[in-house]
Design a protein around this ligand. Sequence first.
Ligand SMILES: [Zn+2]
Length: 309
Amino acid sequence: MGVNGWIPPSKLGYFLTHEHVMVDFIEAGKISKDRYNIDEVYKTALPFLTDVRKAGCATMLECTPAYLGRDVQLLQRLSKATGLHLVTNTGYYGASKEKHLPEHAYTETAEQLAARWVREFQEGIEGTAVRPGFIKLAADKAPLTPVQQKLVHAGALAHLQTGLTIGIHSGDGAAAQEELKILQEHGVSPEAFVWIHAQNETDFSIFSEMAEAGVWVEFDALKTDNHAQYLKLLRYMKDKGLLHKVLLSQDSGWYYVGDPGGGPYRPYTELFNAFIPALLRNGFTQRDVDLVLKRNPVEAFGVRVRRAD
Ligand SMILES: [Zn+2]
């Protein structure tokens, strides 16, 4: 589900599953659309999105949640101008010690929070026709706080009503394990769970354990200076026969609200221009590349309910 409606699977092409166009790190209580000029953000982001489209990317998940700078009208405009399919999200960001959570995240039940997210999927976000294509949540390192646990519970409920995949920014592997447990307790299959920022974990055995359980393991902060680390992560998963559960992205971009001109903007093209060639030079095949960057994302982010057995 893109910001301009359903995208046929055959049109998804190469896929970046974790990037940002704009982020505002001010706390939830102070966030406002008056803090930036949408035309300036549009003009800043446009060339970067155009470049990655030209480099071969067809679809990008924009992972900025509500209360952190999600602006679906901005994404709609950029998607129309570039031909890049952009996908936005519903859900709340409970990491960074919960500073990006609205007050009602504390007072409402998991059922009430889920109802808000389901409504965004059914009726559109903030009065627009734009619908979320996935649920984005976030928690710090384990153990999860009670509110972070509640968000995961709400994510499970929202998944069962919408079929939207749940991506959770996880501080470490133990947090991801705890999140998986909560999802399963509430009837959601591991196949509906994307472990965001898996590279934060140093114990590789947790990658294989989670992938074998059905979880999507996302290594998503590829940069110019960490190719060796990413080759190692992918090599490990390939040797375990688990490349079919891996997602790869860059966590790049973005316009920093509050910084003059949006601050430094990290291009989205590293993966296409430099890392795919590096993979092909290092024992990976074009088939492996297509699996991780085309087939897995379609499988992971297709909208359908996945119940725990
Ligand atoms: Zn991110």
